[in-house]
Design a binder for this molecule. Sequence first.
Ligand SMILES: Cc1cc2nc3c(=O)[nH]c(=O)nc-3n(C[C@H](O)[C@H](O)[C@H](O)COP(=O)(O)O)c2cc1C
Length: 340
Amino acid sequence: MMVQSPDQRTLSAALLVEQGNPADDPRMFRRCLSQYGTGVAILTTADGADRSAVTVNSFSSLSLDPPLLLWSIDKKSRSFPAFSTCKYFAVNILSSEQIELSRHFSSKVVDKFESVEWAAGRFESPLLAGCIAHFECSVDARHEGGDHMILIGHVKQLARFEGIPLIFSQGQYNIPCEHPDVPAEPEAIADARPDTPSNNVLQQIFNAHHSLSEAFEEHRRAEGVSVAVARVLASVCSYPGIKADGIASQTYLGQRDVEDAVSELAKKSLLTRADNGGMQLTEAGLALREAIRERWIAFQDAQLEGVPSPEIAVVMRTLSRLIGRTRKQEGNATVAVDGG
Ligand SMILES: Cc1cc2nc3c(=O)[nH]c(=O)nc-3n(C[C@H](O)[C@H](O)[C@H](O)COP(=O)(O)O)c2cc1C
């Protein structure tokens, strides 16, 4: 049943930010539209040596049979004359690594193709390198759409490439991230600690650190070192001349553990200590440190295999933020010490 003049505050539990008639506030119209996340595409067409291209997010699928898609172009854009008469166009779907390309093709650059890698498609329309899908279309229909023109394309040829889509939502570029409510891969569920509530982020970081450290243990053992020794090696390698108290604060080891590890390393001629307490790795110490580092890199690659790179980037950003905050609070600096 239609309700006259609904008070939107009663319609949803979400907090109302704005409402009204778009005719009174076109920006609000844009902001409301931007709540609908889209991908980003570059539409291209060519007429001999005249090539046109424009970045769009109005692209949408339309029909499976026949295979149709649509998008709309601003009648004020420089590319409008070309797209309002062309017989063919191509849709280039951008990957998460192509923000610069999106900016480039939405800019006022005179020759948009000059500095870009591309090849002519079956119907001459440029196909851009690095995209995650190409659709080569003949123009099926054009429709008026206010200040835009709607183009419907009949897909004649397509291609899909490996990669992750670039997303545009709420007025900015985003990367898709698996929703936490989507069940993780079965092995991840089986391995997750069941006693960790999903909002206990710090506990989960702690769990991940410990299970990875445990898993790396066999590699440390193969090099004949303990966690403490590996950390001290890494610390002295990064900061030659460092003293025991500096190592302790960098490695999160207790003073006594540091002293034990230092004695062990010195006994094996892997480390020397100067009269002022400053430490250096010997040739053999440096070689051991390098061997552990190589194992660590290979271990990390194996652990992260199959995890999408945007997901890793998001985790890294969150962890860096957490480290930055705690450092600011504590007013002391620590360094990352790999080796588990
Ligand atoms: C994410 C994004 C989405 C866009 N979507 C559209 C669109 O759907 N249609 C359109 O005409 N312009 C769109 N634009 C704006 C055009 O890319 C921009 O106006 C461009 O400068 C037009 O190029 P031209 O003047 O060389 O034709 C979009 C821009 C961005 C950054």
